[in-house]
Structures are given as C-alpha cells and as structure tokens.
Design a binder for this molecule. Structure first.
Ligand code: ADP
Ligand code: MG
Length: 247
C-alpha cells in the first residue's frame, strides 16, 4: 500500500524533551473512515502524539503524512487548513456567545476565494450551522448562551465547532471525561456518525466506551506501540494486561 491509501501515516516518529523520548520511533497508520482509539497508562505519550500530528509540538525525527503531504515542518494553522481538527481536553468555546454564534465563527473563512465575502450570515453558513447543530444534538439550542449548556453539551459544541471546518482527520483527547452515562451514550453515537466521512482518533480510558466505538485499538506505552488490533485481541494480550488493563 502506498501512503495515499491511508488517512494518516506516521512513521518512525520521535520527539525528545531534554533527552527523554516521549514518542520513540513510533509507526502508526490510520485508514480513511476509521475510528481509532488510543489507550495506555498515564505518561505513555498519547497526548504528545496528538500534539505532534496537529503541530502544537515539533517532532525531533520521523515523518507524519496526511493527504500525501509531509506535516512535520508545516505550521499548525496550515495543518488545520489541510483538514486536521483537534479537540483538547478542556473545551475552548465562547461562553458568552450563543450556540449559533459559536458555530458561525468556526465556519472556515480562508479556505476558498469566496471565503472572506461569504463569511457572515449567508444561507450557506446558516444551513451548515443548523446541520452541525443537529448532528451534535443542539439543533433546538441555537439561541442558548454556550455558558448555560451542560458539561456534555459544551463538549459537543466544541466538536461541532471542529465539524464546521469539515476536517478529514478529527482528533479527540478524552472526550467523555466528566460526562454522565447518558451523555457518554450520545457521544458514542455521535462519534460513530462523524467517522463515516472522515478518520477519527480518540484517546480514551473508559474501556466500555472504547469497546463501543473502536474499529481498532492502539495501546501505547513509554512512547511506543505496545499492541494494536481489534478490541478483543488487544484485551487478551498479556503485555497489555500487564502494563494497563490489569491495574
Ligand atoms: P499521556 O497523554 O499518555 O498521559 P503525555 O503525552 O501527556 O502522556 O506525556 C508523555 C510524557 O512526556 C510524560 O512523561 C510527560 O511528562 C512528557 N511531556 C509531555 N509534554 C512535554 C513537554 N512539553 N516537555 C517535557 N515533557 C513533556
Ligand atoms: Mg494525555
């Protein structure tokens, strides 16, 4: 297979912080329309891997290819424009703006030649806002101030803000932390829907949730991949039980 068959091809990726290799010669391929879950003990390097892919942290060595472009030297905003969306652990929504406005400001303005002109309040934008709001279960909350939403709804709004940019790779770091059981269920359904048009990488600890959403699971440990495959295969792997699941 050539690199273009994958949504994302990470090869021999390394980053060291003062000599400590947080990511150590890691190779990982994610298919188009795949929902990959990354698990592993604290400090394994999971968040750092997402930081390297989105450009928040620069790699020391190795390669990250997305849509046949090398990302390792590319600026963070260019990676966003290329179609990479990243949700951090704490939501960064505008609390004093409405749900509608939060989604509207996330409409990509710089992508097409019409972008700057089409930016505000066109029918296109309004339709996209409504479609995304329906997708994230906030279709009837467009006028609600974001600060008044529940914790789970704020997380969904942030996912919606990323969806406004139609990313081809969406990365979510522990998206269900602090959510109620019902919110977790709805989030699982949401993720299953949104990976139909794009690749999604989720870091998660809740194994029931992982089991529900993962196409494949990658287990990280000490900056490397310890195991990879179906949930059943990974769960039965003695190495994985030893460093992670057994605790
Ligand atoms: P995980 O998300 O799997 O819990 P992280 O990726 O956050 O793990 O961290 C992996 C290791 O890299 C940890 O030991 C952490 O302290 C270290 N680390 C992460 N970012 C930095 C940084 N910017 N500078 C120094 N060390 C870092
Ligand atoms: Mg982390």
């Amino acid at each position: 297979m050539s690199n273009t068959d994958f949504a994302l091809a990470v090869e021999d990726l390394t980053v060291s912080f003062d000599g400590f290799k947080a990511i150590d010669a890691l190779t990982l391929y994610v298919d188009k329309n795949e929902l990959r879950v990354i698990i592993g003990p604290n400090g394994a390097g999971k968040t750092t891997l997402l930081d390297l892919i989105c450009g928040k942290t620069r790699a020391t060595g190795g390669s990250i290819k997305f849509k046949n472009e090398e990302l390792t030297q590319m600026a963070e905003h260019k990676r966003v424009r290329l179609g990479i969306g990243r949700k951090f652990q704490t939501p960064s929504i505008y609390e004093n703006l409405s749900v509608f406005q939060n989604l509207e400001v996330s409409f990509p303005s710089g992508r097409s030649v019409f972008g700057a002109l089409a930016f505000k309040c066109t029918d296109t934008v309004r339709e996209r806002v409504q479609a995304v709001a329906d997708d994230i279960g906030l279709g009837d909350k467009l006028d609600t101030e974001a600060g008044l939403l529940s914790h789970g709804q704020k997380q969904w709004l942030e996912i919606g803000m990323l969806l406004m940019q139609e990313p081809e790779l969406l990365m979510l770091d522990e998206p269900i932390a602090g959510m109620s059981a019902r919110e977790r269920e709805l989030t699982a359904e949401l993720l299953q829907r949104i990976c139909q048009n794009r690749a999604v990488i989720v870091i998660e600890h809740d194994m029931e949730f992982v089991k529900r959403i993962a196409h494949k699971v990658t287990v990280m440990h000490q900056g490397k991949i310890l195991a990879e495959g179906s949930m059943d295969k990974v769960q039965a792997d003695p190495k994985v039980i030893d460093v992670y699941l057994g605790h």
